[in-house]
Structure formats: C-alpha cells, structure tokens
Design a protein around this ligand. Sequence first.
Ligand code: NAP
Length: 467
Amino acid sequence: MTRAGTDARPLRVAIVGSGPAGFYAVERLLRQKDVVVQVDIFDRLPTPFGLVRFGVAPDHEKIKRVTRVFERVAESPNVRFFGNVDVGTHVTLDDLRRYYHQVCYATGAQTDRQLGIPGEDLKRNHPATEFVAWYNGHPEFRNYEFDLSVERAAVVGVGNVAVDVARILCRTPEELAKTDITDYAGEALRNSNIREVHVLGRRGPAQAAFTNPEVRELGELTGADVTVVPEEVRLDPLSRRSVEESGNKALAKKVEILQGFADRQPSGKPKTLTLRFLVSPVELQADGEGGVGGVRVVKNELYVSDDGSLRPQPTDQFEVLPVDIVFRSVGYRGVPLRGLPFHEHWGTVPNEKGRVIDPATGEPLRGVYVAGWIKRGPSGVVGTNKPCAAETVGCMLQDLGVGAVLSPEHTDPTSAEGMLRRRQPNLVSWDDWKRIQQLEEAKGMEQGRPRVKLTSVEEMLAAIGRG
Ligand code: NAP
C-alpha cells in the first residue's frame, strides 16, 4: 500500500483538544508541503481555544488575539472541528485508531495542585483554577460559588495565575464592565467587599514565577494600592549572587520593580494588594463557623539545593494572617486520559519529545502523541506551545516517514464524521461555533465589550437551533 500523506491517501490526524497546543500542532502539520494531511480537531466543549477562552484573564483581551491565527487554521480546507465531543466518553482511543493514522492529545492540565496542609477542607478555600474557570464562563464551573462578602483574601503562590486572580479581585466595576467577564462574575465582583488581597510567595522576589509586565501592571491598578514588606524584597546574599551571576536583565528588573513598591506610600485607593515573600502557609485556621478565618504562615529562608536552585526552608518564626477567603494558586495539574499511560507524580502522559511511551515496555505507543501541558506540565505562556507542538509534529512526520503509523480501517473523512454524529448527535461543527461566536460578539458590541459569553452548553446548543 502507498504511504499515507499523498493526495490519493492523505494522512488522517485526530487532535484531541482545541487549545493553543492543539492549534499550533495543526498549524505545523498544514505547513508541510510534501505531506497531504487531513486533520480533525476534537473538543469536549462546544467552544474552541481552551485556556485562551477559559484561562486568559478577561482584562487581557490582547492576549486573546492569538485566536485569529487559530481561526485561519480551522478554516483551512483540510481541517474540521468536532466540538461537544468528549474523547474518552463519546469515542475512545480505540475508536480513533480505526479512523486516523495518528492521534495527538493536547488536553492541557484540567485540575489543580493542593497545598497539603490542615484546614484545606474549610469553606472559602478554593483552587484559583476554579475561580478563573468560573469568571471566564467555563460551563462546568458556572454554578460554583465564591463568597466575596468577606473583606480579606489570600492568594497562595506567585505565578501569573496568582497575579491574575489578585488583579481581578482588585479591578473596579467600571474596568471589568469593559471586558468579556461573565455577567454573573461581573456582578459578584461589583458587589464584592474584598478590600485586602495578600499574595503569598514561599521564596524571595528573585524566585517569583510571575513575569515583569504582569507584576508591573499590579502597580498601575486604579482601584488598589500595591505594597510589599521592605525586608522581604531586599535580596538575601544567595539571591543577590544568583541574580548577578545569571546576567538575566529581566530578572534584575523584576526585583527592581518589586523593590520600587517598597518606596510607595498608600494613596487612599479603596483596596490594598500586598505581595509577601518568604512565607509558606502551614495551616488554614477556622473562623468558628466552618470557614477560613486566617492563614498561619511560617517564615522561610533560602538554601542552595542539590540541583543548585534556591529552595525555601522553614525557620521557627510564624505569623497568622487574618484572612477570610483563600485562593491557592500553586499550579495546574494534568488528569489521566482513558487508554493512555499517566505519570502520577508529574501529572503528565509519559512521552519522549511528544511520542507517548508505554511504561511497561519503554517503547513508543504507535501513532499516539501529546503536545502542550499534558506533555510537558503546566508551564509557559500561550506561545510556548508553538515550539512544543512543533517538536511533537516533527516526531509524527518522522514516524510517518518510516511507516510507523496506525492502520485505520476507515480513511474516508465522511465515515469518521458519520460515526461521530451517531455517537454525539449534538456535535458542534466549526460553522456552528461561528454562529455562537457571532452571537456573543453582537451582544458584546451592544454593550461596548468584546463579547458576552454564553456559559452553558444548553444555551450554546439553543443558539444554533438545537434546543
Ligand atoms: P507557576 O508559574 O508555575 O506558579 C506557581 C506558583 O506556585 C509559584 O510561585 C510556586 O512557587 C508556587 N507554589 C507551588 N507549590 C507551592 C506550595 N506548596 N506553597 C506555596 N507556593 C507554591 O503556575 P501558574 O501561576 O499556575 O501559571 C501556569 C503557567 O501559565 C505559567 O507558565 C504562567 O506564566 C502561565 N500564565 C501566563 C499568563 C500571562 O502570560 N499573563 C497568565 C496566567 C498564566 P515556587 O516557584 O517556589 O515553586
């Protein structure tokens, strides 16, 4: 039989997940001039774009413009979108093996990491990931509740997600009204009593994971004064040496921005955002009514670990921060995928450069690949997924070159679609999604906002006449 990838016998690829990693993989596949590819993109939600829709903060509309690139990809003649199809439920990996030469999972990291300290079962202790999914209108999180009637919040972690959460809590209603934040979240935040937000880093300012534009933005909030504890942003000798030796100008700038916050006087803005460093929560304390009433933290100092990085170690000094609601923002985590091996500790699918590896044999699982956070863990910005996906696609093409692909029984695109529509009659096509998008944008236009998101699958289906 001729090799797949020709006009007569196109390479048929299923991409599972329509976030940045999935779309960058498709873009890369389409760029091959000498391989004819037909790609079907699956998403368990009716809407494409993954974390660009449900993760990127509503007040960061510019970051979402990357979807224009993805739209061009989706509209190429050899690409189809099958939304509202859950791979693992409506179809299994074995089903896909019967219709595609290659399957690439780009499903991201769908859950969060815990702190593992006493008191995590108290009310008003939330993963930041859920708060983010809620305010961004993820259908599975729209009914979550966050009690913003309290006044003091802690956000644990100093990555960009922690910064997003802290910033959204501090935004004024007028600022939020111009964004695509969901109506229910906009209203809850408009009525919020939160006045103090404490962001807690376990290491020092030189080890903070957030990036410079994000932390600079905290100093420019109209509704909140930003503060730091001066001695916490002063570099200890180990950090000073590591910043100097790294020659990393952006890192030196980050420290400078944070130290600049120490010189500021409160200007009377309604809210205060405090960035703390070298503190680790050791216990969430109860308020007597089953809710969070405080966070007990231990002060840390840094030491050089075996791998040369500076790690935190606890001292014997403790402090209790009186706060009423906690958002832990200590990283996303991948979830196991049906039919694929899983590395429990890392929360990723074991792989080599994107080729899924069967742990039992140490050999690649023929025709099955991963890209994005499920491949490398939850790190990097949207664009980081481009080289990550390119690496995976490189392996897919190499394997194609040596004939190491699956042998599907059905290679006619219409038979795949027929099977999918039988399994999921409410499949959402790209044209269906465009209608949902037009509706969201038209509503947004009326209100001077980029879009007003539909937040339930039922609403979306009703919008395309499937009520
Ligand atoms: P992240 O950047 O990995 O940050 C996680 C933070 O949690 C770190 O400060 C980490 O501290 C801390 N942490 C982990 N375990 C902890 C513990 N047990 N106790 C206290 N602190 C703990 O993850 P993220 O904020 O979830 O973001 C995920 C990725 O998305 C990142 O690459 C981020 O840059 C990206 N993102 C980008 C944007 C943007 O571009 N605007 C917005 C949102 C997210 P250590 O460093 O000490 O481990």
